[in-house]
Design a protein. Structure first.
Length: 309
């Protein structure tokens, strides 16, 4: 059952295309990773999902409702955490949390207190005294205190220390067990790798790959770490070999699955002393897609948004 679905989502700002045919589908009880470098189009997509921006073309549905026409109804069942949190400086963290919870018409007092304790937040301090990490905690506690069916999290652990990141990861696991759906936008690959069932990679406003981590890793083959008796001078010319790295006599590289037999035949000719094989990490997969250069789409999109407001 689809909780969130976009079909050929396109967003233009004048002559600039920020999103170009984006397809996303998040199922019930699924943690969906939406990854790309800063500027790839993640936040622009989320603004369309939240009904802040209207799509130029395509279809965007949440709970079977139109994200723009039915935004008010959708928001009753959605909780959102932004990556860049701005709070009212003269209110305390606790007052901000209570305000957001009340706006949703809920109570959530017990959940609020539990989350404040788990995230180690002092809710009595004025927001102007908070560090970036503590402002992020306020946003997390406010959103996670709400009873929602879909959580849209845009760089939710930005500014948090590793201990608090672990607390967040524990919450995600609990929410998933309860059948909640989560769209997690992030450029922290280890976070996505630990938490997500499916992943979509966005580049320059386009989805360039999507699937489970296992499916994506299958597309990129394996990582071989090899130590040989003699150097392999022409390894870089062997088809299917990518990302060669050498360190103290050991060579690591990525091998396409369909070229594994040929690569192994080449390597064996140099007297194999040690050979290890492992699946590529999400970071290695990610770098493979971005090795030709990054994108600045979202900075341009933000500039266009500001001009149009």
């Amino acid at each position: 059952m689809s909780i969130l679905k976009t079909s050929a989502l396109t967003k233009d700002f004048g002559n600039f295309t920020a999103l170009d045919g984006v397809d996303i589908e998040v199922g019930k009880g699924e943690v969906y990773g939406f990854i790309g470098p800063n500027g790839a189009g993640k936040s622009t997509t989320i603004r369309v999902l939240l009904g802040i921006l209207k799509a130029t073309a395509g279809k965007v549905e949440i709970f079977g409702l139109d994200a723009w026409d039915d935004a008010v109804e959708i928001h009753k069942r959605v909780a959102y955490v932004p990556g860049d949190v701005n709070l009212w400086p003269n209110l305390t963290g606790g007052e901000v949390i209570d305000l957001f919870v009340k706006l949703r018409g809920g109570n959530g007092k017990m959940r609020r207190e539990e989350l404040i304790r788990r995230f180690g937040l002092d809710p009595t301090k004025k927001c102007r005294t908070y560090s970036k990490g503590n402002r992020q905690k306020v946003a997390l506690v406010a959103a996670l205190s709400m009873e929602a069916d879909l959580y849209i999290l845009d760089e939710p652990t930005s500014g948090l220390d590793p201990l608090m990141e672990r607390v967040f990861q524990e919450w995600v696991a609990e929410a998933k067990q309860q059948g909640k759906s989560i769209l997690l936008s992030s450029h922290i690959l280890s976070e996505v790798e630990k938490l997500c069932d499916k992943v979509a990679i966005i580049r320059q406003g386009k989805i360039i790959e999507t699937g489970t981590l296992r499916e994506l890793r299958h597309l990129t083959g394996s990582i071989l770490t090899v130590e040989t008796k003699r150097p392999m001078p022409l390894l870089h010319e062997v088809k299917g070999v990518h990302g060669i790295r050498e360190h103290q006599g050991t060579v690591s590289f990525q091998v396409d699955t369909e070229k594994m037999d040929e690569v192994m035949h080449y390597v064996s000719g140099f007297g194999v002393v040690r050979l290890e094989s492992s699946p590529p990490t999400l970071e290695e997969l990610f770098m493979r897609h971005y090795e030709e250069g990054g994108a600045t789409q979202e900075q341009e999109a933000a500039s266009h948004e500001q001009k149009l407001v």
